[in-house]
Design a protein around this ligand. Structure first.
Ligand code: ADP
Ligand code: MG
Length: 278
């Protein structure tokens, strides 16, 4: 199915809730402050400029989509804001703090989690074991020295996360034997194990059947009621019904931003998408 055929009835996310974060020793955020800001971010690979001077900001507890044709720089943008790449120029701020150039595990510790464009699970482990490993990696070295009884906490947490993404019935199945859509849900459960404040999802519906796509869109909508979600998607119409704001990248440049209506009627965006199965 082409995304044009998706029903328009997927409800828009109900929107912003309180933006003060609980006291955990993490940077706190003023209510009206964006959770993530990029300032003039440029990413070069040799002479090739994959992102050129991209400045964008993302509000807390909203679902924002980054759209743009293949090769626009969307995954590169995610790699920069998840700490995989340090930008060649520019700054990245998370909850008001400059995190440019910090190590990737620091990004995770601050509450930024990313699920990749390509499926990334341990195929020989069960669904439950995959999530448990992800939950375990979240623990500090001190916590790893705690008694075995605490393993029950990890087991329960993994079960709760599997339930959250609708995989309870497949708990003990090997991840490699799950359907593609189920593997993507499993990856999201693994990303949620770090209890992120900001969840980055790179083309979570890539390669999915129409049914899997609708289920994933429902899951993303519900996840965005609990935290900030940024979604990368090259099929523009797919995200129109569920996100509150869109940012359009094209050839590594910031092209436009706005509500779904703003973007739908933007002439430059229409031109960029002309002839594509958006
Ligand atoms: P999108 O996710 O929008 O399809 P990408 O961010 O993956 O686009 O890629 C943008 C451009 O940057 C592409 O031309 C791609 O070939 C290039 N690119 C991405 N990552 C690298 C890299 N690690 N080394 C060299 N070129 C890269
Ligand atoms: Mg990509």
């Amino acid at each position: 199915m082409n995304s044009n055929e998706l029903p328009a009835a997927i409800p828009a996310n109900s929107g912003s809730r309180g933006t003060m974060v609980e006291s955990t020793g993490m940077p706190t955020q003023k209510a009206d402050q964006p959770i993530l800001v990029t300032e003039n971010v440029t990413m070069q690979f040799g002479a090739f400029v994959a992102l050129n001077n991209v400045s964008a900001s993302f509000e807390s507890n909203k679902l924002t989509a980054i759209i743009g044709p293949n090769g626009a720089g969307k995954s590169t943008f995610f790699n920069v804001v998840s700490g995989a790449f340090a930008p060649t120029h520019g700054r990245v701020r998370f909850q008001g703090r400059d995190i440019t150039g910090m190590a990737q595990h620091e990004f995770a510790r601050l509450g930024i989690a990313k699920s990749f464009q390509i499926t990334n699970v341990f195929s020989l482990l069960s669904a439950h074991e995959n999530v448990r490993v992800a939950a375990q990696m979240r623990q500090t070295r001190f916590e790893l020295l705690r008694p075995r009884a605490d393993l029950k906490d990890l087991i329960d947490k993994a079960d709760a996360l599997l339930h959250r993404v609708g995989l309870t019935g497949l708990r003990d199945k090997r991840a490699g034997d799950l359907a593609h859509g189920q593997q993507r849900c499993l990856e999201i459960a693994m990303a949620l194990a770090s209890e992120p404040r900001l969840l980055l999802l790179d083309e979570p519906t890539a390669g999915m059947s129409p049914e899997e796509t609708l289920a994933m869109m429902d899951l993303i909508t519900s996840l965005a009621e609990e935290r900030t979600v940024i979604l990368v998607e090259h099929k523009m119409k797919l995200v129109m019904g569920i996100c509150q704001r869109l940012i359009v990248l094209h050839h590594g440049e910031f092209l436009a931003e706005g509500t779904p209506d703003d973007i739908r009627t933007n002439d430059e965006v229409k031109r960029v998408y002309l002839g594509q199965s958006a």
